[in-house]
Design a protein around this ligand. Structure first.
Ligand code: HEC
Length: 118
């Protein structure tokens, strides 16, 4: 009986394995003791966004149609609209051509939620 219970518990627990973190839908409170700065997130934006959204790319063709003035290669440019930037990442609309890891998403979430420290 005890081993049956153990097996059932194990089965119920299985779906939880593999998704230890949840990505929040909205920006929120800066976590206590956060150390995330621009130096932390710059490589994340570089991996996921700046091949289209960069101040160094001019013209629709080079930007792969990303709108002008929406850029993620500098801290100043990246805070044009944190909520909208996060919304596009959260709904997996951006980047349009690749998957972004939850770990990368959470770094961007934390940086924006902490008011984008330099
Ligand atoms: C392969 C090119 C490409 C990549 C990579 C990319 N984008 Fe985009 N982005 C676009 C295009 C094209 C549009 C315009 C179409 C649309 O609004 O969906 C766009 C639109 C946007 C908009 C809406 C701007 C507006 O006018 O309201 C935001 C915000 C945005 N992207 C953020 C990001 C972020 C953040 C990343 C990285 C996590 C990213 N994008 C990666 C091509 C890209």
């Amino acid at each position: 009986m005890r081993s049956l219970f153990a097996s059932v518990s194990l089965l119920l627990a299985l779906p939880l394995v593999g998704c230890p973190v949840s990505v929040p839908a909205d920006l929120g409170d800066c976590p206590d003791g956060s150390t995330v700065t621009w130096t932390t997130v710059e490589p994340v934006f570089a991996d996921n966004c700046t091949r289209c959204h960069s101040t160094s790319l001019v013209g629709s063709a080079d930007r792969l149609s990303a709108p002008e003035d929406w850029d993620y290669d500098t801290a100043d440019a990246s805070v044009r609209d944190p909520d909208e930037s996060w919304r596009r990442i959260y709904i997996e609309n951006m980047p349009p051509d690749a998957e972004m890891s939850d770990a990368d998403k959470l770094l961007v979430w934390e940086w924006y939620s902490c008011d984008a420290p330099n």
